[in-house]
Design a protein around this ligand. Sequence first.
Ligand code: URA
Length: 302
Amino acid sequence: METENINHEFLDGVLEGHHPDVYYHFGVSSEDAILDPLREVKAIVMAGSGGRIKEFADFWSAANGDSPIVAFPKEDRFVTRYTAGVLFASHGMGMPSASIALQELMRMAFFLKDGDLDALDEVFWARVGTSGGVGLPGGTVVLSSEGLMADLRPFRLLRGLSGEYWFDGAFPEATRQAILDANADAGIPLETGKTVAGNEFFLEQYRLDGALRLESHETKMTWLQWLYDSGVRNIEMEGAMIAGYLNHWGFSKFAMICTTLLNRLEGDQVTASPEELHRYSEDSGVVLFNYLKSSLLPADGE
Ligand code: URA
């Protein structure tokens, strides 16, 4: 872990009992007993929608002998469930929303692991979601190797007085390989590649079907081809920030697993049927759970 990048000035005071940490958007604080069972957390799984979080938690509970599910009371921003060592949390859409969820979850993880950096580094993080494929048909699950912004440069934020804060968007290779190994027999089309996180579903993804249209067919195809030639295989809205913040603290186990809903080289609108969309969404969950089972559940006979 990169301890110098952790906000010890604020977070150590929580451990020392000087002040609580209020995870406002999750509706809980470090002083709430609801967090007690979460000290055992081994994985933190994020997804855009609250509905998926509930489905994930139900599935993981059933896979673990109907283990009890803890639900945080506040759900107007993010939906959260904890069961059998996994904290599932929604993050909404886009990097501004997801950055709030992630920063509060990182603070929570620091508190839950009592500031023990080795224990913290054992925690696996994942975002599971949907994306637009670049040269891949709908229904392909992409494991991201790197998260970049629409200009193929890493995630950065405005630093008001002087320039920008920059982050490292790499996803760890060893985790990606472990997920691939766990899914070798899954029968799901799996690809690895770079992922672009757009700040906008329409404009920063060069769609021509938004209310605003600032690009032409030619500039759109030039951008998409540039992405493809640069090794980008999908486009979503959170990964560059998520990798950037997790790298900033120095976590070593994290991944992004996103199904493609369409091939952006062929169009802009998501026209897959409800049945197809359901299957696409299930498949990224299967890839995640195959990995969680291989890494968190005891092997047969143990
Ligand atoms: N999510 C995105 O951000 N873009 C797509 O094209 C599909 C899902």
